[in-house]
Design a protein around this ligand. Structure first.
Ligand code: NAD
Length: 376
């Protein structure tokens, strides 16, 4: 019988677990034995006893788990030492950051690990149920609004009371991918007035359908990649965008930036000058802080107030801000991927190499880098 193992995450900011008790049951129904490391769900409210009750073996440490595993699921990329602890031929699924992790990919290949990078799963309808980038970005978008609401000194909805009328808070969302859409929806639900902008023109309709206003900026040709990702702007386009964004930022109580470029550094959109034009008490939440940052001065895991009173937040691991639900979704993404490729008779993962999803996300296998984008 094949065995799946999920270790406890080691990164200090990581709150999520790659397997939840309910997914243990589902993996067992496929015919997989499951082990988890003691304490795996300590930060996401899943006690070891719940995993054991679902049929998992709770092992005391990661090396014990790796030594027995045929499949490993984890949230963050493994270290070189952790790769070396895996059996050759192990299937390992996690976020891998493959664009920035050449030595890690070389090591995965060298150790004959079949490595799947969750960020490389194609953004197609068929793959939606395994799309961990989306499931986590959606929660990050929600968390950004909750976080901003907590730091604000005014409320979000309009209130008409005998004591007076309070005007609704004004939100401006820059970057309307999965996180941005959820941020718009959440801010609207809480009664804020919302404006938004994205360089991909197709987004305008989506923004309007959520009841928000799309800020129009004529940047000329912007377009998107065949996977729907934004293309990098020219320096001139970016300069024009900054100038236009400044006006919308100046009228906002909260600016949430989510503008990312897949596999590349995020563009700097709110420079010092834009920040100085914002009102005291305004909040800026930079969701791109971990990939370079959209906001001047934002730092991962830090919060500061500018000289003119603007509070800039650079939250770390906002995807895991609500770890229970984030873990449930992520665990379900891993399960759906494995289930999609499961051979019920052989009770094993089947590497269907002509499959578009697998071609998109399998980075190494059989001692080689197999993904076209990372070869050579
Ligand atoms: P992302 O995290 O890479 O980027 C977030 C947003 O920032 C994007 O909308 C991008 O256009 C925008 N952006 C980049 N540079 C910008 C700039 N200078 N100014 C303003 N905005 C800027 O995006 P994502 O959330 O991962 O989504 C990427 C694409 O994948 C989208 O087209 C989305 O609709 C698509 N998608 C499709 C599916 C599916 O079909 N199953 C699932 C999820 C996402």
């Amino acid at each position: 019988m094949k065995r799946l193992f999920a270790p406890t995450e080691t990164h200090p900011a990581e709150t999520r677990a790659a397997v939840a008790p309910d997914t243990v049951r589902k993996f067992r129904d496929l015919g997989l034995a499951v082990s988890v490391q003691k304490g795996i769900g300590a930060k996401s409210d899943f006690p070891d006893a719940a995993y054991a009750e679902a049929g998992a073996d709770v092992v005391p440490d990661a090396p014990t788990g790796y030594a027995q595993a045929d499949i490993v699921t984890r949230v963050r990329k493994p270290s070189i030492a952790e790769i070396d602890a895996l059996k050759p031929g192990t299937l390992q699924l996690s976020f891998l950051d493959p664009f920035n992790e050449k030595p890690l990919i070389d090591e995965l290949a060298k150790r004959e690990i079949a490595a799947i990078s969750m960020e490389m799963i194609p953004r197609t309808t068929l793959a939606q149920k395994m799309d961990a980038l989306s499931s986590q970005a959606n929660l990050a978008g929600y968390a950004a609004v909750v976080l901003a609401g907590d730091r604000m000194r005014k409320i979000l909805p309009m209130m008409m009371t005998p004591s007076g009328t309070i005007s609704p808070a004004k939100f401006f969302i820059i970057g309307v991918g999965v996180a941005g859409l959820q941020a718009i929806a959440t801010a609207k639900r809480l009664g804020a007035r919302v404006e938004a902008f994205d360089t991909r023109p197709v987004v305008e309709e989506q923004v309007k359908s959520l009841g928000a206003k799309f800020v129009k900026v004529d940047l000329g040709d912007t377009g998107q990649t065949d996977q729907g990702y934004a293309k990098e702007l020219t320096p001139e386009q970016l300069e024009k965008q900054r100038a236009e964004m400044a006006k919308a930022c100046a009228r906002a109580d909260v600016v949430i930036t989510t503008a990312k470029l897949f596999g590349r550094k995020a563009p700097l959109i709110l420079n010092e000058e834009v920040l100085t034009q914002m009102a005291p008490g305004s909040i800026v939440v930079d969701l791109a802080v971990e990939s370079g940052g959209n906001v001047a001065g934002s730092k991962v895991g830090e919060e500061h107030v500018t000289a003119n009173g603007v509070r800039v937040l650079g939250p770390e691991n906002l995807e895991g801000y609500f770890p229970k639900d984030a873990s449930l979704m992520l665990a379900s993404n891993f399960y759906n991927l494995i289930d999609h490729f499961w051979d019920a008779e052989a009770k094993d993962f089947q590497f269907r190499e002509d499959d578009e999803i697998l071609k998109g996300c399998l980075i190494t296998r059989g001692g080689q880098i197999v993904h076209e984008r990372f070869k050579g």
